[in-house]
Ligand binder design. Structure first.
Ligand code: GDP
Ligand code: CO
Length: 398
């Protein structure tokens, strides 16, 4: 890949939030191009071998809930061979067993492609056992199973990736129509992660555009309703502490993102669809220098957050309705409002916004969402011994 060198960044304590990087060439060539020997350039080449080094240690978690099988198959097809796909499904078992259909498709697909993979149902006893045995009961409900929700599926995915020995973990939604876009996302993950100087890094994808039909014509929108609002308030949050107005944060709702494993294990998580916005809240609370950091090691090394703009348009199953959008806005803004370091003035602005959108009345507090502690508090040794990898797809952890 050939892409801009990340130069400008906003610093918040130990966090470096880099400006969005633009891609010049999706494929940057094999070997190092001597044209880049001189120090005076604004573009960098990340040769294929460097991407490969990351991808062999990268798991891609695919959260699924009742998506069309063809879309899920397309997503699998877009994942480079050396990455380990981990499908975490919360699809229905009845009246039609959608999970069985998914599993049959994934089993066959990976057998034909000779691909290693993991597939598990979010509500399975096996997956719950990892958290029970590992002493992380917060994620379990009164039936002893992992709670419903996208974040909960993602947490299970991170745990599986770590148990499989992966050094990086990325996320790609299962409702993507274009395998080519999925392929680009993974390449962005590996290119982004290869830039990290600290062991604690994250890559977030800013979509190039989302195609829509408006008045019978194709129109490429840049910002969704949710991300426009989320990013505005995230930037106000950041600006309050830096003292400089900023627009650096563009990926507050990035479902497509990847983290180095040490960072994935060190963040707090928030339930359901608030998880992506909450990454920033967790980074600012824990490593922003406002509160004492619980992990001095990270304060010393720093955290790098790269934001990279994809070239493919993002085309996903968008028939999920207005309620879903209202809920996403509510969830994203609530995690900002409830942060222990959210400035008073910003709380007021958020409450006004939520009332303007008729989501929460002015007198009410925004919803307080369930939070999960760092995954490093899970005892992975205790969790691992009972896992039969054969049970989770034909995966052998060799
Ligand atoms: P949007 O794209 O942000 O509007 O949200 P989607 O409804 O498309 O959800 C994002 C991804 O998460 C999709 O791949 C869903 O299938 C998946 N998903 C949603 N809810 C859950 C859940 O409870 N568990 C799991 N494992 N995946 C979920
Ligand atoms: Co979607």
């Amino acid at each position: 890949m050939r892409l801009e060198i990340p130069t400008n960044a906003e610093r918040f304590g130990a966090n470096l939030f880099y400006e969005v990087q633009k891609i010049y060439e999706l494929e940057g060539g094999y070997g190092t191009d001597s044209e880049f020997d001189s120090p005076f350039h604004v573009i960098q080449q990340i040769p294929y071998e460097r991407l490969y080094e990351i991808e062999k240690d990268l798991a891609i978690v695919i959260p699924v809930k009742d998506e069309r099988l063809r879309l899920l198959e397309g997503v699998l097809c877009g994942i480079p061979h050396n990455c380990l796909p981990i499908v975490v499904s919360n699809s229905k078992n009845e009246p039609i067993d959608r999970y069985r259909m998914e599993r049959n498709m994934v089993d066959t697909f990976c057998r034909h492609a000779k691909k290693k993979y993991i597939i598990a149902h979010q509500r399975s006893a096996e997956l719950a056992r990892i958290f029970k045995d590992g002493g992380y009961p917060q994620i379990l409900d009164d039936q002893g199973l992992i709670r419903h929700g996208k974040a909960e599926g993602m947490l299970a995915g991170i745990a599986l990736a770590h148990l499989a020995g992966k050094k990086y973990v990325g996320f790609i939604d299962s409702d993507n129509y274009f395998p080519g876009a999925v392929f680009e996302y993974v390449r962005i993950f590996s290119a982004g992660l290869s830039q990290g100087k600290s062991p604690y890094s994250m890559v977030r994808i800013q979509w190039h555009s989302k195609p829509k039909i408006v008045d019978g014509e194709l129109f490429f929108t840049k910002w969704g309703r949710v991300s426009r609002i989320t990013n505005q308030y995230l930037n106000l949050f950041l600006s309050h502490y830096t003292g400089y107005e900023s627009e650096v944060l563009r990926t507050g709702n990035a479902g497509e993102h990847a983290l180095s494993m040490p960072l994935a294990l060190s963040l707090d998580y928030s339930t359901g669809f608030s998880v992506e916005t909450h990454h920033f809240v967790s980074l600012m609370e824990k490593f922003g220098g406002v509160l004492p950091s619980p992990i001095p090691e990270i304060m010393k090394n720093g955290v790098e957050v790269f934001q990279i703009e994809s070239r493919n348009p993002h085309f996903h199953d968008a028939a999920k309705g207005d309620d879903h959008i209202q809920e996403m806005i509510e969830y994203s803004l609530s995690v900002l409002w409830h942060s222990s370091i959210c400035p008073k003035s910003l709380k007021k602005d958020i409450s006004n916004e939520l009332s303007r959108l008729k989501i929460v009345s002015k007198k009410e507090e925004p919803i307080k969402l369930r939070q999960y502690p760092v995954l490093s508090s899970l005892n992975f040794t205790a969790a691992a011994w009972k896992i039969d990898w054969q049970e989770h797809g034909n995966f052998s952890p060799s």
